[in-house]
Design a binder for this molecule. Structure first.
Ligand code: GDP
Ligand code: MG
Length: 461
């Protein structure tokens, strides 16, 4: 069985045991209210709460937080996951090289994979921010990606609408299609694409007219424009303050026009932003961008964690749990680092490392916490470690006795056979793990000679 150091570590991680059904029910009452107050649609709240309930029961509670706090953190992570459509969003956040920061996430959120001029269609209710966002996108594509962009207003509803886009075009230095009064939206769209081809434009942004509420005429008009122009992106622009109407608006536009993504505007306001969750859940379309002000540069890549935090409104609890989890990882990382500095690295150390890697879902996370190791990240990336492989390796070590783990050199043929059988694998797999451990242990010894982790990192840098 498990004993000694490893046992202590597991005990620490387990903290108050695991989350019970009662813990979940109690915390979920709060979560439900929070989501409804944030204007998340009721059916979406119900679905979400049920999914998370199932996921939370039985999970471990880490030291120094309550089961209720743990549930809130699980809810938060599930929210981020759902809003982003990705699992393990913190992996993405780890990507903090200067390179990644320099890249333009706004421009990269858009799909421009089509023959130029690539049409982008902006749709949504009146006042949602379509015209403003069109110009913001135009400016960004021009400045960050050096795209040649043409914008055209198809809004023949309001006399001043086409003029509004022309003014924004001048302000941002993005070309706009000359206005010809009396043309209908489809005609204007065709003319824009024509002009786009002739003028050698990369992208043509089509800004449509909205209405105060959904109506058939609007839907038909926009659907027709979409059919004629075949856009690479059809972006539904909605105001973060839209509230419960989000469901109808998103459903209608998605069913009758077809959308490829959502832009959430007025995120700079104080709406909790529950509409984002509703729209994401109902349409299954990604929220790509968010507007964070009236200025032309106030456009950002959608940040799921930021919106999740606002929707749930329990940021204090979430960061408390994150800090607690981090300090445990830190303790453990330091322990391993201390042993490594001594040049010691047995199979128990390897096991404990494998577990940590798996728990954090990302080896970069662990290494990032260790002093002086950040520079090794690239090599670790290249090693391409996956979860199922780690689980298989864990199983092999778990089939060994403590003595075998501490003194791998005693593991000869018959022991290997027993271990392989116990782990449901083959002797070559056991050999592979032992060899890998040998190499790591050897590296540790070398590192000790070179003056420990810090010395080594400095040499490599
Ligand atoms: P449209 O009718 O959908 O074309 O909406 P407009 O683009 O004309 O925007 C309506 C109003 O919302 C304008 O006053 C914009 O300046 C404002 N607006 C648009 N996006 C944002 C945003 O992200 N934040 C803030 N604070 N205001 C915005
Ligand atoms: Mg407009």
């Amino acid at each position: 069985g498990l004993s000694g150091r490893l046992g202590d570590v597991l005990e620490k991680l387990r903290g108050k045991g695991s989350i019970t059904q009662d813990d979940v029910n109690a915390a979920m009452r709060e979560v439900r209210i929070a989501l409804l107050e944030a204007d998340v649609a009721l059916p979406v709240v119900k679905d979400f709460v049920n999914t998370v309930k199932e996921r939370a029961v039985g999970q471990e509670v880490i030291k120094s937080v309550t089961p209720g706090q743990m549930v809130i953190k699980i809810v938060h992570d599930a929210l981020v996951e759902m809003l982003s459509g990705r699992i393990g969003s913190q992996v993405e956040d780890e990507e903090d090289d200067a390179e990644a920061r320099k890249r333009d996430r706004v421009a990269e959120s858009l799909n421009l994979n089509a023959t130029p001029p690539v049409p982008i269609l902006m749709v949504g209710l009146q006042g949602s921010g379509k015209t403003t966002t069109s110009a913001k996108i135009g400016l960004r594509l021009k400045s960050a990606m050096r795209k040649k962009v043409l914008m055209a207003s198809l809004d023949v509803q309001r006399p001043a609408a086409q003029h509004q886009l022309a003014v924004l075009g001048e302000q941002t230095g993005v070309d706009t299609l000359p206005i010809i009064m009396g043309q209908q939206p489809v005609q204007i769209a065709r003319r824009a694409l024509d002009e786009g081809r002739k003028g050698g434009y990369d992208v043509v942004i089509l800004d449509t007219a909205g209405r105060l509420a959904i109506d058939e005429e609007l839907m038909e008009e926009v659907a027709e424009v979409r059919k004629v122009t075949n856009p690479a992106e059809t972006l539904l622009v909605t105001d973060a303050m839209i509230g419960q109407d989000a469901v109808t608006v998103a459903t209608e536009f998605n069913d009758k026009v077809g959308i490829s993504g959502i832009v959430l505007t007025r995120v700079d306001g104080d709406a909790r932003g529950g509409a984002a969750l509703s729209m994401r859940a109902i349409t299954g379309r990604p929220i790509k961008l968010m507007g964070v002000g009236e200025k032309m540069d106030a456009l950002e890549e959608f940040q799921a964690d930021r919106i999740a935090g606002r929707i749930l409104g329990m940021g204090d609890v979430v960061s408390l749990v994150e800090k607690a989890a981090q300090s445990i990882q830190m303790d453990e990382a330091e322990k391993i680092a201390r042993r490594m500095e001594k040049g010691k690295f047995d199979l128990e150390d390897l096991l404990s490392q494998l577990r940590q890697v798996r728990r954090m879902g990302d080896i970069k996370g662990l290494l990032g916490l260790m002093p002086g190791v950040a520079k090794m990240k690239k090599q670790i990336d290249a090693a391409n470690i996956d979860d199922s492989m780690i689980k298989r390796q864990e199983a092999v070590i778990l089939s060994m006795t403590l003595r075998e783990r501490r003194h791998p050199e005693i593991i000869k043929a018959s022991r290997k056979k027993r271990i392989a059988a116990g782990a449901g694998t083959t002797v070559p797999e056991v050999n592979k793990l032992l060899k890998q451990h040998q190499q790591m242990a050897m590296m540790m010894k070398k590192m000790k000679k070179m003056g420990g982790m810090k010395g080594m990192a400095e040499r490599m840098g």
